[in-house]
Design a protein around this ligand. Structure first.
Ligand code: 1CP
Length: 354
């Protein structure tokens, strides 16, 4: 990570927070913890606030974004906030006709598969996402020393929604395009990389003090395909924000075979799902990077003592890494009891590190 003068959240208390210290591989007095999808449907206060407001509309309303982002911080005492938005927000902002359909996810009106459609993917400009920058600015003021994580979808995961037209189990059309027209594929991912990089830059310049690149579906690829068709573009995003001086977290699901490469494309922290123990993950990632993870989100449906036994194991395994940010291995499931999350935060914070 390079240090920088352009990062406005140089609040010393934020910079000294356990979360940012762990991301940088520095010692912490307790293990920092936050949860992917900590804002959202597991919280009754979220469901109330979202009543009658479409998901994408809520993402462009700073008042709602600020309140929804703060809800899990107040309730669970997590060590970081994650900006409430969605990976498709920057695509919507450059004019792609898409919606987030309740119970389904992002749905694209006219999926992309031909060269002449690429023109629609123009670069993101600051004016496209003014409400996002405004919300980040308000949030950073409200959060005080608690860091705000900005995020973007990685080129491959964004391409999957654009090419398939919506969520996909096997990513068949995406891989078909990748293998049958590599030139078009690289142009598509190159454009998406610029959109993702700019979306991260806007959030950091408005005050986010870390970023996470979500390549949720990269785990569907072999290491060879990931390395050839995806890694160069994720590198464009992550190296493109290196100069902003904030830690960069790189996360995907089912990425056991990809962990080393996902670190090498410009990550300071590699997110690990529950399939690979963190000590093994640290071996694969190498000594220069921290890890984040990795409780199976379904474990939260087990009795409290079982959840805590898994959390203790994860904390011990995480000690093999340069730094460890406790998290789930993927997002909070909507049916999760929020009190189980609050208890888990208490347990992680109370865990004695000797
Ligand atoms: O109305 C609703 O509540 C819709 C559910 C919802 C929510 C709460 C969606 C639709 N997106 C979000 C917010 C969201 N999306 C956040 C919020 C911040 C937080 O974590 O608290 C984040 C980080 C995302 C990122 C996101 N969106 C990812 C990457 C993370 C992951 O879970 O892998 C992905 C893949 C999406 C696409 C998406 N958006 C929504 C859904 C249901 C999906 C997944 C659909 C699918 O299975 O393909």
């Amino acid at each position: 990570m390079t240090s920088s003068t352009t990062q406005p959240t140089s609040n010393p208390a934020t910079q000294d927070s356990d979360f940012l210290r762990a991301c940088r591989g520095e010692a912490t007095s307790r293990v920092p913890v936050w949860f992917m999808r900590q804002a959202g449907r597991s919280l009754p206060e979220y469901r109330r606030l979202r009543e009658g407001v479409a998901m994408l509309d809520s993402c462009f309303r700073p008042d709602l974004v600020v309140e929804i982002t703060l809800q899990p911080v107040r309730r669970h005492d997590v060590d970081a906030a994650i900006f409430f938005s969605d990976i498709v927000v920057p695509l919507k902002a450059i004019g792609i006709d898409l919606d987030i359909v309740p119970g389904t996810g992002p749905v694209v009106a006219e999926p992309i598969g031909r060269r002449e459609q690429l023109e629609r993917l123009r670069p993101l400009e600051d004016g496209d996402v003014e409400p996002i920058a405004a919300a980040v600015g308000e949030l950073v003021a409200e959060l005080g020393p608690t860091p705000l994580i900005g995020f973007a979808g990685a080129p491959f995961t964004l391409a999957s929604y654009l090419v398939e037209g919506g969520p996909s189990r096997d990513h068949r059309l995406t891989k078909q395009l990748m293998h049958s027209d590599p030139v078009l594929w690289h142009e598509l991912l190159g454009r998406l990389a610029v959109v993702a990089r700019e979306f991260l830059r806007v959030q950091v310049e408005a005050g986010a003090s870390a970023v996470q690149l979500f390549d949720s579906w990269a785990g569907t690829l072999s290491l060879a395909d990931y390395t050839e068709f995806v890694a160069p573009h994720s590198r464009t995003v992550l190296e493109g924000v290196a100069g902003l001086g904030v830690p960069r977290i790189h996360f995907g699901v089912g990425t056991g075979e990809l962990l080393g490469t996902m670190g090498e494309v410009g990550a300071d922290v590699v997110g690990v799902d529950w399939r690979v123990p963190l000590d093994e993950a640290a071996q694969r990632i190498g000594p220069d990077r921290a890890v984040q993870g990795n409780l199976d989100p379904t474990t939260l449906f087990a009795p409290t003592d079982v959840v805590h036994a898994h959390a203790a194991r994860i904390i011990e395994q995480g000690r093999a890494a340069r730094g460890h940010v406790f998290n789930l291995g993927h997002g909070v499931l909507p049916e999760t009891d929020p009190d189980a999350l609050t208890r888990l935060v208490e347990f992680v914070h109370g865990y004695e590190l000797d």
